[in-house]
Design a protein around this ligand. Structure first.
Ligand SMILES: [Zn+2]
Length: 427
């Protein structure tokens, strides 16, 4: 792995600070020097990349990723993809995420028991390209809850999107199975979801005894619990049991917000609001009109989610971007759209939105002291971006504007040779 010196770049360090002109030296897989001025850093044998005024920023982290969602419109269509094709699909998606600028992804559940683990291991061993990845379990649910897709006339659990448990003992058994496979996190479906009308978002499903059994096992193995929790009761349940990553958190009350604030140094909220937006506004071609989506409860959830998330943001709760891309309505790799949503609907500044994907990204990846910032000593996960993301966040979802992607000191997407200055300076 060669050393690389980026010169003539605008350094957006990912902390929320304003960008500064300068140069950045990468040695091996670490950022060795950050020169915050136009004064040159000695290349010392490094390959020099002249950024020509482009922005150099940390690689982005997607906090709520489902590689195995296959851009289908139903849970059943995701689940019934044969295993062999499914593995290939996940490998393809992992590469796509990395090239789109996501150098880290947090797995938030996969569709078959070992998909996430196998893909993570293949990335880590260099068999396939992909982001740094934390592998999740399948969704764990209870009969009737979100993810229980078992059919009364076809008693085959493999048809179910989530794994069903029906007692604390069954929970323990299933969690141990996933831990044996090597997952980084166990995903529990604590609330329902408007996508499944028999178990809508505002309902909670799992008993405290079941959640406690899961978290017992998670703690024994030093792993992490994550929760699908849309209802206020389910968010409270997640907090009560020490679950660190809360997905959605659409419905809150004052008590829930107080509890979230009290746990803000431990807890991450990754709401995945794009799916709510898409169901209301963009799902008609899959047969879901705005009127139908409203009937399903999406308007009420959208309104509540915006209010809840704005309140969390004001209270300093870490809200991370990404989530539930991989459905027909929210295809993979449009994820950076969330940054625009955070500004437009949640009251974030553009710099705060980027920080959700960079500094907080390093933290949710459990590498808060070495990942997610352009900073001396940090891991060299970097993007070279044509233009100023603070002026126009949409450039972060335009592949042409992502000039280069570096992960762990190695280019996953190589820049044009510096002297050619192939890119412009457009905002
Ligand atoms: Zn999800």
């Amino acid at each position: 792995m060669g050393n690389v010196l980026f010169t003539n770049v605008r350094i957006l360090d990912g902390s929320g600070a304003n960008p500064v002109p300068g140069s950045v030296l990468v040695q091996g897989n670490r950022i060795r020097a950050v020169g915050r001025s136009t004064a040159p850093i000695s290349p010392a044998g490094a390959t020099v990349i002249d950024g020509a005024g482009a922005t150099l920023m940390p690689g982005m982290c997607e906090a709520h990723t489902h590689f195995s969602w296959n851009d289908a419109a139903t849970l059943a269509a995701i689940q019934t993809m044969p295993l062999e094709e499914h593995v290939l699909w996940c490998a393809k998606v992992a590469k796509k995420y990395l090239e789109a600028g996501f150098t880290s992804c947090v797995g938030a559940a996969c569709a078959k028991p070992r998909l996430d683990v196998v893909i993570r291991n293949a990335i880590n061993s260099g068999q396939i390209p992909g982001p740094r990845y934390l592998a999740a379990s399948q969704e764990i649910t209870v009969p009737g809850g979100l993810g229980d897709e078992t059919l009364p006339h076809l008693p085959f659990p493999e048809f179910s999107f989530g794994v069903n448990v029906n007692s604390a003992d069954e929970m323990r058994k299933v969690v141990r199975m996933f831990l044996k496979y090597g997952v980084d996190s166990i995903k529990l479906n604590l609330s329902g979801d408007n996508f499944t009308p028999q178990s809508p978002s505002e309902t909670a499903w799992m008993s405290d005894a079941e959640v406690a059994a899961a978290m017992d096992e998670v703690r024994v193995r030093g792993k992490r619990g994550t929760a699908h929790a849309r209802s206020a009761d389910s968010v409270k349940q997640a907090l009560r049991h020490g679950i660190d990553v809360i997905y959605h958190a659409s419905f809150t009350d004052t008590e829930t917000l107080d509890l979230l604030e009290a746990a803000k140094d431990r807890v991450f909220v990754a709401p995945g609001i794009a799916i709510l937006y898409a169901m209301l506004n963009e799902a008609e071609q899959w047969g879901i009109t705005r009127a139908m989506a409203t009937d399903m409860g999406y308007q009420i959830e959208w309104d509540n989610a915006l209010e809840s998330l704005r309140a969390m943001h004001k209270r300093g709760v870490r809200i991370l971007f990404g989530g539930d891309y991989g459905f027909a309505f929210t295809p993979h790799c449009q994820n950076a759209r969330d940054l625009e949503f955070f500004v437009k609907y949640l009251g974030f500044t553009p710099a705060e939105a980027i920080r959700c994907a960079t500094e907080y990204g390093g933290q949710i990846m459990m590498k808060g002291n070495e990942l997610g910032l352009v900073k001396e000593g940090y891991l060299a996960d970097l993007l070279l971006v044509d233009g100023d993301p603070l002026a126009n966040l949409a450039i972060l979802r335009d592949p042409k504007r992502i000039l280069a992607v570096m992960k762990d000191g190695v280019f996953a997407k190589s820049p044009e040779i510096a002297s050619e200055r192939a890119w412009g300076r457009a905002a």
